[in-house]
Design a protein around this ligand. Structure first.
Ligand code: GYE
Length: 306
């Protein structure tokens, strides 16, 4: 829901900065928390937010960004659904003298002058942390380990990097093998249906690595329906650490979660203010994150904000 009272640019909205934000969609618990963070932080910072939701469609995101350019907002920020295909619209923003800040996900544009800063997680490191935890579980053992992988949205930075970081880490033990890998689009329902298919085609699944909590939670339903015990018969590793994921981890149905913080709002608003004031900002701002075991989830849950 955008704030239509704001005119944007120099068009009479007083001193308030007008920020156009193009969100990926509403695919996961992480995304919901991210949207809430951005809205609350804009409010607290006195920034007028024009918020657009692209429902997972790049064409829609490009249209939303073009509309922000036409409206003459002060700054544009967005979380790109996939990495490629942004050069043209980013050039249009640059030509219109509207600075762009990337949040959450990266673009693969070679020309880094097309945006001022990229605020978000190191997804490759997240994948590496997931893989390293798994390596430890099988340290000194000499058994084959069959892993199935639920990937995030095809072509998105977190799916690409969480896959490669994980793969690189597990290489250290040749017994660890990814036997099936398919996208579940970061959605709970897709995680369930893809896991159902995995369970039908693979007799012997030891581990599920899901690129986010929601797909893992969907897969848990499929595992239970197949008469197996999630977290015991099949070890489960996910990424995000949103409330529902942490609850399942504390209950023993997930084994390990790599945290990915959706609370990017405050850093974004600070960066927007600096950019508008013509101050220099860091090209890359990396979010600080941790990991959770089942015991750590039990401790963290009562005070978890999202
Ligand atoms: O992990 C997933 C969401 O881009 C980091 O997108 C984000 C990812 C997050 O749908 O749950």
């Amino acid at each position: 829901s955008s704030d239509d009272s704001a005119k944007g640019g120099d068009g009479g909205s007083g001193d308030k900065i007008v920020l156009g934000f193009s969100q990926v969609g509403a695919e996961s618990g992480w995304r919901t928390a991210n949207t809430e963070s951005i809205k609350a932080s804009a409010d607290a910072a006195g920034i007028t937010l024009k918020f657009a939701n692209a429902n997972g469609k790049q064409e829609q995101q490009i249209a939303d960004i073009r509309s922000f350019i036409t409206q003459g907002v002060d700054v544009i920020a967005f979380s790109p659904v996939v990495t490629s295909g942004w050069d043209a619209v980013l050039k249009e923003a640059k030509d219109a003298d509207i600075p762009v800040v990337l949040t959450d996900r990266a673009v693969d544009s070679q020309d880094t002058s097309l945006y001022k800063s990229f605020i978000g997680s190191d997804f490759k490191l997240e994948g590496k942390k997931a893989g390293e935890w798994l390596l430890k579980q099988y340290e000194g053992k000499n058994e084959p380990v069959n892993i199935v992988e639920l990937q995030g949205t095809t072509g998105s930075a977190p799916a690409l990097d969480r896959q490669s970081g994980f793969q690189e880490a597990i290489k250290a033990n040749p017994n660890l093998k990814i036997v099936k890998s398919q996208t579940g689009d970061f959605k709970r329902a897709d995680g369930k249906t893809v896991m159902e298919a995995f369970l039908q085609s693979e007799k012997d699944i030891d581990v599920l690595y899901a690129h986010n909590d929601d797909m893992g939670l969907g897969a848990i339903e499929a595992i239970k329906a197949a008469g197996k015990k999630p977290g015991t018969d099949i070890k489960i590793i996910t990424v995000d650490a949103v409330k529902d994921g942490m609850t399942a981890l504390a209950a023993g149905e997930i084994n390990f979660i790599v945290e990915c913080s959706p609370l990017l709002g405050d850093q974004l608003m600070q960066t927007v203010k600096k950019v508008k004031a013509g101050e220099s900002v860091e090209q890359r701002i990396v979010t600080e994150e941790t990991t959770f075991t089942q015991e750590q989830a039990k401790e963290a849950l009562p005070t978890r904000k999202y």
